[in-house]
Design a protein around this ligand. Structure first.
Ligand code: TRP
Ligand code: SF4
Length: 407
């Protein structure tokens, strides 16, 4: 098998969602479907970011408590499988807070002030006072989430890429400050010998090619080789990751953003579906309400009367057809709209049907989970415990390298 492929499959995936209200079809198409497919490919951790919700909703925490369990139910109903992925709640793993605090000591204020979402969100959410310490630290708390699990891949939307970038900078700084150890080179050499002749030689080759020629592919192959080594301790593996790049020990690895290829889910008005635009259909919306919302949604304004021809490109319904309809139906829409052969209600019917078909099993599964709240709590309790075990390991290591392990 290709070595680079091995490396990616070993990566851990982590992502979180803020519990600030009901999930809608935008979350489903933009995030949840992606999680469902990732859970089969990687070791996945998905969590409820309740502390992140608190940074903006500290005055009305009720909505957070209400949304936490409904959100987990939405995940499960959408097909996120606790047998494949670990599901947990951020605040049940207090190590996130400890790492956030420790990282805050080494994070320059300017790095946080220049994250674009900081000013953007303050502007957008003017009715809230977001001139708080907690809100400034929002992306750093996210860094702590990611680094607690040493996640390699972080599925996020475009707006969150800057947060992953900050995480990479913070991890680099941490490793630079605390990854130095006396006798690093000797320890690295000893670790290479533990890999045996054949792999040791391969590793040295990749290292030389990366350091002398800057071949990124050689670095990736070197990493894959290290990940596949069964008889290296964690410490040795970290040394050799660092040695590969000509740096010290890599305690907190730098993650990569994983942008989903899902097209943006349009809302009822053609803008991106978002709670703040009031253009959503919730994931478990009642069929009658779905039908009403779609029937009354705006169309190409040029089609005032039934006989007026229209232009699909100017119509938000067309955007929904692009998500929900096959090629034949799309052709029927294009031709029927441009020739005024079909009316707008005719045109909307296949979309209404498709949304209802998509939601039916989700709504049904959600009802099953709602009827068994103790099962949902059990899933989260198990997941939080599993997450905590990993988090404890990372924090123990972090305390050690920072010289805070007084035992
Ligand atoms: N900030 C993310 C959002 O608003 C949620 C989040 C919190 C997150 N912590 C994370 C996403 C860690 C990925 C990884 O969507
Ligand atoms: Fe929109 Fe369809 Fe009406 Fe054309 S026929 S304006 S695509 S709803």
């Amino acid at each position: 098998m290709n070595e680079v492929l091995v490396a990616t499959q070993h990566q851990r995936v982590l992502s979180g969602m803020r519990p600030t209200g009901l999930l809608h079809l935008g979350h489903y198409h933009g995030v949840l479907k992606n999680w469902v497919s990732l859970q089969h490919q990687y070791e996945c951790f998905f969590f409820v970011a309740d502390w992140h919700a608190l940074t903006t909703h500290y005055e009305d925490t009720g909505i957070i408590a209400e949304s936490v369990w409904e959100m987990v139910i939405d995940w499960l109903a959408a097909g996120v499988d606790p047998g494949d992925a670990t599901l947990f709640i951020q605040s049940q793993v207090p190590e996130h807070a400890e790492l956030h605090l420790l990282l805050s000591m080494i994070t320059p204020l300017g790095w946080l002030e220049r994250v674009p979402s900081y000013k953007d969100q303050q502007e957008k959410l003017r009715e809230r006072d977001l001139a708080t310490y907690g809100f400034l630290g929002y992306p750093l708390l996210q860094s702590a989430d990611i680094l607690t699990y040493k996640a390699g891949l972080v599925p996020v939307g475009e707006d969150q890429v800057a947060h992953v970038e900050l995480t990479r900078e913070v991890a680099r700084r941490f490793n630079h400050l605390y990854g130095r150890e006396p006798g690093f080179e000797e320890k690295a050499e000893a670790a290479i010998r533990k890999m045996g002749k054949k792999y040791g030689k391969l590793y040295r080759g990749f290292r030389r090619r990366y350091q002398e020629q800057g071949e990124v592919e050689a670095r990736e192959k070197g990493r894959a080789l290290l990940e596949a080594q069964q008889n290296l301790s964690l410490g040795d593996q970290e040394r050799l990751f660092g040695f590969l790049e000509g740096a010290g020990r890599v305690i907190l690895p730098e993650p990569q953003p994983l942008l989903s290829h899902a097209s943006k889910m349009p809302g009822l008005d053609g803008q991106k579906m978002s709670k703040s635009y009031g253009n959503t259909i919730s994931l478990r919306e009642e069929p009658a309400a779905v039908e009403k919302k779609l029937r009354t949604m705006p169309t190409d304004p040029a089609r005032v009367r039934r006989n007026d021809p229209g232009t699909p490109a100017k119509c938000p319904v067309w955007q929904l057809h692009q998500i929900y309809s096959d090629e034949d139906t799309q052709k029927w829409v294009r031709e029927g709209c441009q020739s005024a052969g079909i009316g707008c209600l005719d045109c909307k019917q296949p979309v209404i049907d498709a949304v209802l078909v998509e939601q039916a099993p989700i709504r049904e599964r959600a009802e099953e989970y709602r009827a068994r709240p103790e099962a949902v709590r059990g899933i989260i309790a198990d997941g939080s415990e599993k997450a905590r075990d990993l988090a404890r390991e990372t924090l123990q290591e972090v305390r050690e390298v920072m010289g805070l392990d007084y035992s």
